[in-house]
Design a protein around this ligand. Structure first.
Ligand code: NOJ
Length: 537
């Protein structure tokens, strides 16, 4: 019996950083009309959903992650009508829309915060985390901002401090306040009623803080920066979170086929998994896979662990890129060669779980280098030159060889990568061996063979440390994936049994493809092979 298909489970999610995708009104910033114009491209790639990084009004201290109004669209991206049109046009193409909700904090320009700091009697005052100074006049406790510096900002007028986990312009909300909490639940309903298919929740496990606001204990040993010198047992992951997770899921369940994925902050895979389940989130992000070193064993270990944690009751997810990480093309390659990226794509799109692709990953975009004076990201400004921030992975989408890579006719808000005249969508569309065509072919193979979408996964131990090998089983179909992480040819002997007859269904898209002879597969440098067998019935 064919199980019910769920778009978020069988499908692929494509993340767009709207500022950098496609500018339709020549202001150097991407917008909703630009996204609408690109929907055919996105559909043609073969993905099923789009996650939009925040598009709400924002003073852009943290580029959209400082929200000044949850219920509308920033004019630089368009208007509510454009958003309605985006939903309609996306749905017409059977593409789903996931919004990014940033509910741990707002912008300090949000009306609620402006009210909140007017007086302690203001009805909004308690919507944020205000505390009296310590007896010495200093901050109320030792909590720090994850963006660097103190977590508390002093307000002279109120003679109080407010807490901010991120930039000082991003005050944290007080989730213990019932009115605030009810209002945030309305935000979910508002967008669900508009037809939004799901949400990505920014740092959801930071919503609650210890009620007594106790000091975080110091960790033993050295830390790269003060924030990492503490055990964050009181400023994140408080048990009260669980009730909210369930409340959010209950709201989503009132609507058909909706999805919510939480971004887990500072925690590992075990914690992330505790937030996923029938009455909790559909998925939570964990960064282990994306941060794996380049070798078959390390990736295999991350996958096996994440898969086992989910078991049969939950559905994992995988990503290699997002707007906070250096691009995988930059991390794992030194030049313009894409063979390693094809291997990564094969792994991402064939392991058991929902794959996330970050815009431009499909054409192998590399990080840009930004001169100090042009750095936009607040984290880069603070930590340069030790850490140059996240601008690198947020550069404009490279559409074609025209000015500004076809992203905008105006100067873009971040520079276009200098490789754009060669590395762009138009070029890759017309080159059969390109990374873009590789993604498209592979996605079609994935769609054709349901075991690759929905099957259980079994990792096959291999004596060859360069190979990552796994099976995917669904009913009578089994697929076998063999990935060569080395720069040399590798061989793999097929597991023999009398019922399996393997067909090679994918072996790459350029001159150097994997091939089978008898029961052996020979894989070129960074080569891959996907084989499928059916039980004769
Ligand atoms: C996580 C987001 O992914 C990141 O971009 C942002 O800076 C912080 N949360 C704060 O919202």
């Amino acid at each position: 019996m064919e199980k019910k298909k769920l778009w978020w489970k069988d499908g692929i999610i494509y993340q767009i950083y709207p500022r950098s995708f496609q500018d339709s009104n020549a202001d150097g910033i991407g917008d909703l009309t630009g996204i609408i114009k690109s929907l055919d491209y996105i559909k043609d790639l073969g993905v099923d959903a789009i996650w939009l990084s925040p598009i709400y009004p924002s003073p852009d201290k943290d580029f959209g992650y400082d929200v000044a109004d949850y219920l509308t669209i920033d004019p630089k991206f368009g208007h509510l009508q454009d958003f309605d049109q985006l939903i309609a046009e996306a749905h017409k193409r059977d593409l789903h829309i996931i919004m990014d909700l940033v509910l741990n904090h707002t912008s300090d320009q949000h009306r609620w915060f402006v009210e909140s700091r007017k007086s302690v009697d203001n009805p909004y005052h308690d919507w944020y985390l205000w505390r009296d100074p310590a007896p010495n006049g200093g901050p109320p406790n030792n909590w720090l901002s994850s963006f660097g510096g103190p977590g508390w900002e002093y307000d002279r007028y109120l003679n109080k401090y407010y807490f901010h986990m991120f930039e000082k312009h991003q005050p944290d909300l007080n989730w213990r306040n019932p009115e605030l909490r009810a209002m945030l639940m309305k935000v979910f309903r508002y967008w669900l009623d508009k037809g939004v298919d799901g949400f990505r929740l920014d740092v959801f496990n930071a919503y609650f803080k210890d009620e007594q606001m106790r000091d975080n204990p110091r960790k033993k040993g050295l830390a790269r920066r003060p924030f990492e010198a503490y055990d964050h047992i009181y400023d994140i992951s408080q048990p009260e979170m669980m009730e909210v997770v369930k409340e959010i899921r209950a709201i989503l369940n009132e609507y058909p086929d909706r999805y919510v994925v939480g971004e887990t902050f500072l925690e590992g895979p075990v914690y992330a998994r505790t937030l996923v389940g029938e009455d909790k989130f559909h998925a939570a992000f964990d960064f282990s896979f994306a941060q794996s070193p380049w070798n078959a064993k390390a990736f295999g270990k991350a996958i096996q662990y994440w898969d086992a944690l989910h078991g049969d009751e939950a559905w994992p997810n995988y990503f290699l890129n997002n707007h906070d990480l250096p691009r995988s093309a930059t991390r794992y390659t030194q030049n313009e060669d894409d063979s390693r990226l094809k291997l990564l794509a094969t792994m991402l799109l064939t392991v058991r779980g929902t794959p996330f692709i970050y815009y431009g990953e499909e054409i192998g975009m590399r990080d840009i280098k930004v001169a100090r004076k042009n750095i936009q990201d607040p984290v880069g400004k603070r930590y340069w030159p030790f850490y140059k921030g996240r601008d690198g992975c947020r550069s404009p989408m490279q559409w074609d060889a025209n000015i500004n890579a076809g992203f905008s006719t105006a100067d873009p808000w971040l520079p276009v990568h200098p490789n754009y005249s060669v590395r762009n969508v138009a070029n890759q569309q017309s080159s059969p061996a390109s990374l873009l065509n590789f993604y498209k072919d592979l996605i079609q193979v994935r769609k054709k063979h349901r075991s690759l979408q929905a099957g259980k996964m079994v990792l096959i131990p291999s004596d060859n440390k360069h190979l990552l090998v796994y099976l995917r089983h669904l009913e009578e179909e089994t697929s076998l994936v063999v990935l060569n992480f080395s720069s040399d040819i590798q061989h793999f002997e097929l597991p023999i049994d009398e019922v399996n007859e393997w067909d090679m269904v994918f072996n790459g898209n350029d001159a150097m493809t994997s091939h089978m002879s008898g029961t052996g597969i020979s894989l070129p440098a960074y080569g891959m092979a996907i084989l499928v067998s059916r039980l004769a019935i």
